[in-house]
Design a protein around this ligand. Structure first.
Ligand SMILES: *Cc1c(COP(=O)(O)O)cnc(C)c1O
Length: 271
């Protein structure tokens, strides 16, 4: 797919802080339609079926009233990166019985109990300790959960995730955790305005997935590639993403810089 010539040489990461706020159901409808249209265009450029890519709207830091507008505009799955924030939102919106939650941020073992109670998906699995903690709590809750293994494709110390070389051995351990349904791999690309550098991260994740697929243990699925966010999801789709995690392009800019979510700040590459 990378043989198709890239339409852009730059990402939209430098637009950070400038995405307009969605303040009505109509705004959400408009933003969702715009993102879906761009996703479909990216699919067409590389001959992919638009139905093969799922949009995960990311609602972190936004208040309950805003999330309810997103729901009214049709969102039935929301991504959050802080387990406790997500848990409180789930409790507050328990009346929306068909609203599901995906946790996309790093998890500490002592927070596994929150995630096991309500999340339908966890995209940032990167240690056996967390796998074990989730498994224990899911057994208690009598639930299962879809999981993605997070891979550090950028080499940045600030990014969570396994080194690509460690993923094969990690996957071999996962069948022991019967409540975890492994669906694929997840990554965050380098945060750069240079499309080429961002694209390399996505190519790396897809290459790794393609190699590991041959030898994946029974029950470990590697069909999914979660990669791409507001600034770079079209590039991710061109390189094979099956899930794009999009926050600001749907909800509007967040008040805090991304270094708040992916510490330490000093390690983040600015555009
Ligand atoms: C916040 C976040 C996103 C979405 O980023 P936007 O710039 O808002 O699109 C994607 N993935 C992860 C892991 C995140 O924490």
């Amino acid at each position: 797919m990378s043989t198709a010539s890239p339409p852009d040489t730059s990402t939209r990461h430098d637009q950070h802080g400038h995405w307009p706020q969605a303040e009505s159901v109509e705004d959400f409808r408009h933003n969702l339609a715009a993102v879906h249209a761009r996703m479909a265009a990216a699919c067409r450029r590389v001959g992919r079926d638009p139905a093969s890519v799922r949009l995960l709207p990311v609602s972190k830091t936004k208040p309950e009233a805003t999330l309810r507008m997103a729901y009214a505009a049709g969102c039935r799955l929301l991504g959050e990166n802080k387990p406790q924030e997500a848990y409180h939102k789930w409790e507050a919106m328990a009346d929306l019985v068909d609203l599901h939650w995906s946790i996309i941020g790093h998890l500490q073992t002592n927070k596994a109990k929150y995630v096991a109670r309500f999340a339908s998906e966890f995209q940032a699995l990167d240690s056996l300790r967390v796998a074990g903690a989730l498994e224990n709590r899911l057994q208690i809750e009598g639930r299962g959960m879809d999981v993605f293994v997070q891979v550090n494709t950028s080499g940045e110390a600030s990014k969570f995730g396994l080194h690509p070389d460690d993923v094969a051995a990690f996957l071999r351990e996962l069948p022991a955790f019967s409540a975890l349904r492994v669906r694929g791999l997840m990554t965050l690309a380098v945060f750069s305005a240079e499309a080429g550098r961002v694209r390399e991260c996505f190519v790396r994740l897809r290459g790794l997935r393609d190699r590991l697929r041959q030898q994946a243990p029974d029950g470990v699925g590697l069909d999914e590639l979660s990669m791409g966010m507001s600034g770079d999801y079209e590039i991710a789709i061109e390189e094979g993403a099956t899930v794009v995690r999009v926050g600001q392009a749907i909800f509007g800019a967040r008040p805090l810089p991304d270094s708040h979510y992916w510490p330490p700040a000093g390690e983040i590459q600015s555009p």
